[in-house]
Design a protein around this ligand. Structure first.
Ligand SMILES: Nc1ncnc2c1ncn2[C@@H]1O[C@H](COP(=O)(O)OP(=O)(O)OP(=O)(O)O)[C@@H](O)[C@H]1O
Ligand SMILES: [Mg+2]
Length: 484
């Protein structure tokens, strides 16, 4: 007992300060209120100085831990509570919160915080908060439900933003394909921006996916943005996002931009030639700084991404015409992959045909195994303005209409046979439209196909010729399932 009295009379550690009369906060509050704040049955409180000497404990602590304040004050905390983590807080200066502990009749959370004065550690405080078990269990249940939801969304995000193809999905053994693949595999290892050129349907997107799949970013997001499909005025917010309430009509919660979504992964800008001129300079800055300016946010945000651009437009000519920025062109034109058009790799057609016969999902009970010799000849002679996409579509249609297990000439689209000199078949009849809607749609479809052919599949030029916006053209191409 004497020993304790001696310890109690230890001089007060100067850093913990004198009682509170002059406190700028406590002058607003009565002594009664302070007492109920410090001493209530829902919280146990113990306070030590920088040496670990107990300076205070409240009534609730006394009761919960069966300690007498008079005995404890002045003694080292490890004598009072041998298991305590307060010495650890004093040593590291870090907060320690132990997960809620469910006792039989009570649940508790222990929060231990370091106390500082002018940056110097002066002591530490442990607070034990009690809650009825049900409240904590409900809380824990809510958290675990949220965690499960989050996992579902994470998985959905992963699936929506991941590459779907690898180099094994790119069929072709000709030198032109092999060279493009070798180059792409080499570039996949680096983080430089890649520009993939090629006609529509030639497989540019496939290459973009394959590069990501072979890169060190393969398990990170692959985010694809089609610059043609988004109206000009929305591209900036789509790419860079905006803060809540950044402009009239913006979403309340703000928007995460595609660059931010692609953080640590790859962003694929499809149809880069359709990027609005003003935005091209922003893109160049983003490429150089790896920082994005979210609309409505003052500080730029660092984003770690790899850029892959694809286009079927002649960027060089666009630079000459002044519709594509020279500085961006120089920046993108360093690492370039040219995907050959199908007519330049006709030797690959048989390999592709058999690949698509095996891989196209057409829901047929009896699979189509082969094509007749005559069909193969037509396929190899055809000029394929829509490239591999057109070949794939032709085969898909042929598989559906084919009656046996071999595709015959009559299973090919009539236009493909009729447009060839020396018509190889006469068994096809044009489908007669039944309604005005069908007549209009069929005329629209034909006009779009013709405009695309005349403009060598350049969608912007075709849209101009047709007198519609390219976004509208894009929608119609999708709607009519046009391969070009
Ligand atoms: N070498 C190939 N091997 C297998 N499939 C291919 C190949 N090239 C293209 N394809 C297929 O053809 C279709 C069109 O390819 P993709 O979308 O990559 O073309 P694209 O060049 O991006 O066209 P666009 O300019 O119209 O966007 C896809 O279904 C793709 O899987
Ligand atoms: Mg594409």
């Amino acid at each position: 007992m004497r020993k304790n009295v001696e310890k109690q009379s230890r001089p007060r550690t100067a850093e913990l300060g004198e009682p509170f009369q002059d406190s700028p906060i406590l002058k607003y509050i009565s002594a009664d209120l302070i007492e109920s704040l410090i001493d209530n049955p829902y919280e146990s409180l113990i306070l030590v100085d920088a040496d670990g000497i107990v300076r205070f404990m409240n009534n609730s602590y006394e009761q919960e831990y069966s300690r007498r304040r008079e005995d404890a004050i002045g003694r080292h905390i490890s004598e009072i509570a041998p298991e305590t983590l307060l010495p650890e807080v004093l040593r590291t200066g870090k907060v320690i919160v132990t997960p809620s502990k469910i006792l039989e009749d009570k649940s508790q959370i222990v929060i231990r915080v370091p106390l500082r004065k002018e940056g110097k550690l002066t002591g530490a405080l442990a607070k034990v908060i009690y809650a009825p078990p049900k409240a904590l269990q409900d809380f824990a249940r809510k958290i675990s439900a949220l965690e499960q939801d989050l996992e579902v969304y994470k998985e959905e995000f992963r699936q929506a933003y991941s590459s779907r193809y690898t180099f094994d999905d790119i069929i072709g053994e000709t030198d032109a394909v092999n060279n493009a693949k070798d180059l792409a595999k080499q570039f996949a290892q680096s983080d430089s921006a890649v520009l993939i050129l090629g006609e529509s349907g030639s497989g540019k997107e496939l290459f973009a996916h394959a590069i990501h799949s072979a890169s060190h970013r393969r398990n990170k997001p692959f985010v694809s943005v089609n610059c043609t499909a988004i109206p000009n005025e929305l591209i900036e917010s789509e790419l860079f996002g905006y803060e809540p309430g950044a402009f009239t009509g913006s979403l309340k919660k703000g928007k995460i931009g595609k660059f931010e979504l692609a953080d640590t992964g790859t962003i694929h800008l499809d149809e880069i030639g359709d990027m609005p001129y003003l935005l091209q300079s922003k893109l160049l800055r983003v490429l150089q700084e790896h920082e994005i300016d979210k609309i409505g946010q003052r500080k730029p945000k660092h984003v770690d991404f790899r850029l892959i651009c694809t286009t079927n437009q002649p960027l060089e000519q666009m630079v000459e015409k002044g519709t594509f920025r020279l500085d961006l062109f120089y920046r993108l034109n360093v690492v370039v992959i040219s995907v050959p058009p199908l007519r330049a790799i006709k030797a690959d057609i048989p390999g592709m045909v058999y690949y698509f016969l095996r891989h196209l999902e057409t829901g047929r009970a009896n699979p189509v195994k082969t094509v007749s010799g005559q069909v193969m000849k037509i396929l190899q002679k055809y000029h394929w303005p829509g490239n591999v996409r057109e070949l794939k579509n032709v085969l898909e249609r042929a598989i559906v209409v084919c009656r046996g297990d071999r595709i015959e000439v009559d299973d090919l689209p009539p236009a493909m046979i009729h447009t060839r000199p020396g018509n190889l078949s006469s068994g096809n009849q044009a489908v007669v439209p039944q309604t005005i809607k069908e007549v209009v749609e069929s005329a629209e479809r034909a006009a779009i196909i013709q405009a695309l052919e005349l403009n060598r599949n350049n969608k912007s030029a075709a849209a101009k010729m047709l007198g519609i916006h390219r976004t509208a053209l894009y929608q119609k191409i999708e709607k009519f399932n046009i391969s070009f």
